[in-house]
Design a protein around this ligand. Sequence first.
Ligand SMILES: [Fe+2]
Length: 387
Amino acid sequence: MPFYHKLGKIPPKRHTQFRKPDGSLYSEQLFGTVGFDGMYSNIYHEYRPTQVKEIVKQYKVAPKIARANNMESLRLKGFNVKPEKDYLSSRKTVLTNSDCSIILAAPQESQKDYFYKNTDADELIFIHKGSGKLRTFLGNLDFKYGDYLLVPRGIIYKIDFDTEDNRLFIVESRRPIYTPKRYRNWFGQLLEHSPFCERDIRKPQELEHHDEKGEFLVKVKKQDDIFEMVYATHPFDVVGYDGYNFPYAFSIHDFEPITGRIHQPPPVHQTFETDAMVVCSFVPRLYDYHPDSIPAPYNHSNIDSDEVLYYVDGDFMSRNDIEAGQITLHPAGIVHGPHPGAAERSIGKTETEELAVMVDTFKPLQVTEDGLKLSDGTYYQSWLEKE
Ligand SMILES: [Fe+2]
């Protein structure tokens, strides 16, 4: 995050002696990003964080591609993804390109016997159903329905769920995820016209501290392989850190919509960005208030973006037949728009309760085998007018 955070105990000056009560040194780690040119934190461990005991296994988790070049608008029935006990195996990549992956998951159990670290990508985990605690070596975050959890790459974490009924929409991004640049001043502070501000962003407040030696399994993802690595010390042995690189939470319900007299373009919903995609939040809001306005969107083609919409809750104004948990993919290169009748039907309406997350990718998305299984096969014809 582009602001400073400090948690736990740290010495007054970086890179100086910082001693435990018994006189020995804590182990300092500089956790940098983007070749030490991006955000970083300085972290103090009980033990050296380098103590790999064994690399037990390596296996591939890359998704199988069913359609490398796709021009068909798709509707994926996301709630058809079957719940699975294990968090990592429950994650099903449905769409992917070299910059990012769109993942659906219905995990039933908390991570019990392993920690997880994704070194390929930042993870943006949207909580559609469920609540619990994201536990990380840089502090914990409670989460519930509507939260985005931003886990920068390299953060070691575990997820604890309160119940078995969980539904997650996850974006893995190989480019760092930031808040939109146009909403920040040159110091990084979110500006007055931003739809959210620093007060809406929840930082880790509870630092778990385990002074433990033994055998600790960390599943590390690198280049679409999982390496099962056993460490000699507990990964949550941090006594304190400071810096700009840490996980955080932001609730979609804290996104303040920007509205106008006539239809506002998609960028007003923007919440996050990378140099390869944007993430937008569609939230309950008042409709356009020009006397002749048409609240439903116009037909549109952003010629070079694939558009993924994940429907969360409410009534989706532009469609007749969308349910919560579904994904629509509108591929770059062709026009899409409201369903027949939706524009007329929207006239005179004053507000919407729709809640949705949109991901626009600048490179086309490939459809995976897991994704194609969820497709209804007929969505691309749904704009045809009935004779
Ligand atoms: Fe669209």
